[in-house]
Write a protein that binds this ligand. Sequence first.
Ligand code: GLV
Ligand code: GLV
Length: 331
Amino acid sequence: AAPRLYISRLLPDPVMAAARQQYQLLNEPRDAAPAHDTLAAGLCEADAAICTLTDRIDASMLAAATRLTILANYAVGYNNIDLAAASARGIVVTNTPDVLTDSTADLTWALLLAVARRVAEGDAYVRSGDWSGWAPTQMLGTDVSGKTLGIIGMGRIGQAVAQRATGFNMRVCYTSRTPRSPDWLPSQWEVRSLPDLLKEADFVSLHVPLTPDTHHLIGARQLALMKPTAFLINTSRGPVVEESALVDALLQRRLAGAGLDVFEQEPLFHPSLRELRQVVLLPHLGSATLATRVRMGMICLENIAAICAGRAAPNQVNQIEARQGLSGSTL
Ligand code: GLV
Ligand code: GLV
């Protein structure tokens, strides 16, 4: 019989069609996040599952999911999953890297340009009917060309954002987990400590995964190092920034503005953000193009197919200890 697949919420049509063709689909996914119990019940019945970043997969759910062999997360980030619990139960966890790199880098630039050139504010102004024509001092923004871009987290997405800076003649500096610049990165990109980057950059863009180490990586102390003319862009995960500290810095004009695609407690966000003209707020759209969302689904299905066929999953993110054999020796 075909493996039993649970999909936590509705994915684009081509992905749903491919999933139905290859697997016994356990549910009719809806276009909304499932309740905790619905999700837990789905995982319980499944051999394989696709979940999304809005599904918090905890240890108790995984403990009850005794048939489950693979959890394919429909995202590059996987902070929503208790990885240690999955590993301990021998459940393979996979993500969807690479296919969303360009979409997310493009959206980062959309936010960067939007905050610098007041795009969202200008759009609202024209729509309001109050615009009375071009004026020399109207809605003046900040130049992007020739400025310094500071990238925190030079992984796949950070590098794609940096590449796009070439066309804007920007200087690129970045932080790296290792103190030396990795030799595969272009030498004109300059490695910095986090404090130095924050002091130098005109635009600071975040591209780290959310882990205990990066939680509130940008708080009051870090924001205080930034230039009052600088902008913060976040397309990574909300909790990387201490949202209340960011709001304070913006209210006190210690920072010029911010472009935010992610928030600490989505879909909630700090109420003051709504009032601030110098911020642009997006509803977590980093990977949100049709082509990318289809590719992400296909990657999930490829990983599931690999596990069902007894092969290694190409995008496995957890390490599973060899299980204890009957003899007591590790296999
Ligand atoms: C989106 O936020 C992702 O991690 O894919
Ligand atoms: C602006 O529209 C210009 O022509 O300079």
